[in-house]
Design a protein around this ligand. Structure first.
Ligand code: PGA
Length: 250
């Protein structure tokens, strides 16, 4: 059985003090749940939060990273820096990076290789816009992003990768995909992973759903056969709602 992973993407939110307060609240309860739990705070809080987390079961991740190891890349940070701060995960190809910052599949692919090389688990995000869904392009878009982002990745490397299906129209909008809509795409993703990496590896890859996940809808989504957890934005900014999601899965 694939373990459930609930990952919080804090995006560009919270003051330093609020971030510390949130992680302290999470740490009080995180051990009560069976699921794997990760948080992805803004880079500038990672060091402080990493020290708070210590060797507890709460995992840490970056929201993005650059693919070069070091050098003249103003404003960027490397996989080695994230690993050095205790990160286990890094989100790659989030739709906000794809759509606001022009990130391409080729860039996501380079970042995936760089992350794997430093022992970070990439959470590779894919998802269609509302227009693309209305034009029946969901499968084409999701598979194009999947193939492009994972180009050249070996079966062995694939074991370290997490996929997040996040329909763009569901992110931060309160419009969640129905469990059936999400499961349909997740099943397609898993079949594609099986073609690419073999059935056994595909069965072991966690595929998260993201887009307006909250305590009220998390259980019915994660009960679906091919949904192995959630990438949570807004609801990860408050201990009550983030822990509420975990609580509903018990
Ligand atoms: P949301 O964001 O939960 O606020 O919709 C999800 C995400 O962007 O990962």
């Amino acid at each position: 059985m694939r373990p459930i992973l609930i990952a919080g993407n804090w995006k560009m939110n919270l003051s330093r003090q609020q971030a510390i307060g949130l992680v302290e609240e999470l740490l009080l309860q995180v051990d009560h749940f069976e699921a794997e739990v990760a948080i992805c705070p803004p880079y500038v809080y990672l060091d402080t939060i990493s020290q708070k987390i210590g060797h507890t079961s709460l995992a840490l991740g970056g929201q993005d990273v650059y693919f070069e190891n070091a050098g003249a890349f103003t404003g960027e940070i490397s996989c080695e820096m994230l690993a050095d701060l205790g990160c286990q995960y890094v989100i790659l190809g989030h739709s906000e990076r794809r759509h606001i910052l022009g990130e391409t599949n080729a860039i996501v692919n380079k970042k995936a290789f760089a992350a794997l090389e430093k022992g970070l688990k990439p959470i590779v995000c894919v998802g269609e816009t509302l227009k693309q869904r209305e034009e029946n392009q969901t499968t084409d878009i999701v598979l194009e992003q999947l193939y492009g982002s994972l180009a050249g990745i070996t079966e062995k490397q694939a074991e370290q990768i997490v996929i997040a299906y996040e329909p763009v129209w569901a992110i931060g909008t309160g419009k969640v995909a129905s469990p059936e809509q999400a499961e349909e795409v997740h099943a397609t993703i898993r079949q594609t992973l099986a073609t690419k990496f073999g059935k056994v590896t595909a069965q072991n890859i966690q595929i998260l759903y993201g887009g307006s996940v909250k305590p009220e809808n998390s259980k019915e989504l994660i009960e679906q056969e091919n949904i192995d957890g959630a990438l949570v934005g807004g609801a990860s900014l408050k201990a009550e709602t983030f822990l509420g999601i975990l609580d509903r899965l018990q």
